[in-house]
Design a protein around this ligand. Structure first.
Ligand code: XMP
Ligand code: MG
Length: 180
């Protein structure tokens, strides 16, 4: 699997440092709240477990599964709710944890859903931000890294369901897109 990677963008150590930095910020900002941490399946699971363990605050956790990619490298443009949030979000301070904000469609869909359900506040923490991919106007409040305009995999991010378990974030070799 490692042989399919052209170059590593963010190493395990880079990611750990980013989680520590974000964890400190989140600890500070959520000190007086009990946030509902909403992890976006499946990509954000790795980042969620690492960044939330750097947060010294009382918090609850939930998950939501939203799909727009169908496993390829381009957003289909249509966002679908695959698995709904279990908790009642009304009156809650919700912190969305994402792996990457690209077109912004996924994030906008989730933020709109939370607002319709009367969340008290909605903030977004994403490992990666790809501003060049943006189609909808939506911004993350906490960002690990701003990524170049390339399709990235690893540390939760997949290509056709694979590569999520790479411990770093990297760029796939072009021949993988052509053959796989
Ligand atoms: P949007 O376009 O809705 O994307 O902002 C959000 C979701 O799409 C997936 N995504 C990617 N997955 N490499 C990936 O492995 C990428 O470069 C990439 N860009 C978007 C991801 O699941 C994210 O939550
Ligand atoms: Mg995702």
């Amino acid at each position: 699997m490692n042989d399919d990677i052209e170059r590593v963008l963010y190493s395990q150590a880079d990611i750990a440092t980013a989680c520590e930095r974000l964890g400190k910020q989140l600890t500070n900002d959520y000190q007086d709240k009990v946030p509902l941490i909403l992890s976006v399946l499946s990509g954000a699971v790795f980042f969620t477990t690492d960044v939330t363990r750097q947060m010294d605050v009382y918090a609850q956790m939930d998950f939501v599964d939203v799909s727009s990619y169908n496993g390829g490298t381009h957003s289909s443009g249509e966002v679908r709710l695959v698995t709904d949030i279990a908790e009642d979000v009304s009156g809650r301070d919700v912190l969305i944890i994402e792996d990457i904000v690209d077109t912004g469609r996924t994030l906008k869909f989730i933020i709109d859903l939370l607002k319709r359900r009367h969340a008290k506040s909605v903030k977004v923490c994403t490992l990666l931000d790809k501003p060049t991919g943006r189609v909808l106007e939506v911004e993350a409040d906490y960002v690990g890294f701003v990524v170049p305009s390339e399709f990235v995999v690893g540390y939760g991010l997949d290509y056709k369901g694979e590569y999520r378990n790479l411990p770093y974030v990297g760029v796939l070799k072009p021949e993988i897109y052509m053959n796989k």
